[in-house]
Design a protein around this ligand. Structure first.
Ligand code: TYD
Length: 205
């Protein structure tokens, strides 16, 4: 059995990842591929429970260090129960966020903690996606879009514009650090056009 392909989407809040995950999954399914769509934090019952602790409430509710532990715990459950079994069964897994979000949000955005993020990743996760699509857009526009959704999951949006600017820079640096698996997709344009760019990257990789 050939191992399946692991594709992740990354980007700042409101960059349109979730619609692109859906579109890509539909396109690949229409081609006859079995696709598991999932997201972080979340993707399993336990990880969704941890998600509730992370995305709602006051911004200062958790320190960046505690966040690393919570995101990593949620990810470990997700990898054990969903991602690894699906890849071993030969399925394609598409995840809305994965470890790169921790590298950027906790490793650069909230604090300079990249080394701590890497240590926990090595200890508990130790796997990387085959392909990472970084949706890049103006953080101001993305933030407006994210907050407009009024999802009740605004804890990270509430860290503000400067924080989101740091995230964008962080994601760009990450794409240079992992050039073999990361593709930056300009995401300011319409959904159709972004979907076309995504598919081009998926087919070309
Ligand atoms: P997500 O559901 O992708 O939110 P959005 O659709 O608004 O992008 O992720 C929830 C929040 O959690 C988001 O603000 C990013 C943050 N996050 C981290 O800070 N670290 C992580 O490791 C992950 C996976 C998410």
């Amino acid at each position: 059995m050939t191992r399946g392909r692991f594709i992740t989407f990354e980007g700042v809040d409101g960059s349109g990842k979730s619609s692109q995950v859906k579109r890509l999954a539909e396109t690949l399914r229409a081609r006859g591929t079995t696709v598991i769509e999932t997201r972080e934090p979340g993707g399993t019952l336990g990880a969704e429970q941890i998600r509730d602790l992370l995305v709602a409430g006051a911004s200062e509710r958790w320190s960046p260090e505690t966040e690393i532990l919570l995101f990593t715990a949620a990810r470990r459950d997700h990898v054990e129960k969903v991602i690894q079994p699906a890849l071993e069964a030969g399925h394609t897994v598409i995840s809305d966020r994965f470890a790169d979000s921790t590298r950027v949000y906790q490793g650069v955005g909230r604090a300079e903690l990249r080394q701590t993020v890497d240590e926990f990743h090595q200890m508990a996760i130790a796997m990387e996606p085959d392909l990472t699509l970084i949706l890049d857009m103006d953080p101001e526009k993305a933030l407006r879009r994210g907050l407009a959704r009024d999802s009740g999951e605004d804890r990270f949006e509430n860290f503000g514009l400067e924080f989101h600017r740091r995230l964008r820079t962080g994601f760009m640096a990450l794409s240079r650090e992992f050039p073999n698996r990361c593709t930056v997709i300009p995401a300011d344009d319409g959904e159709e056009e972004v979907a076309r760019r995504v598919l081009e990257a998926v087919d070309g990789a």
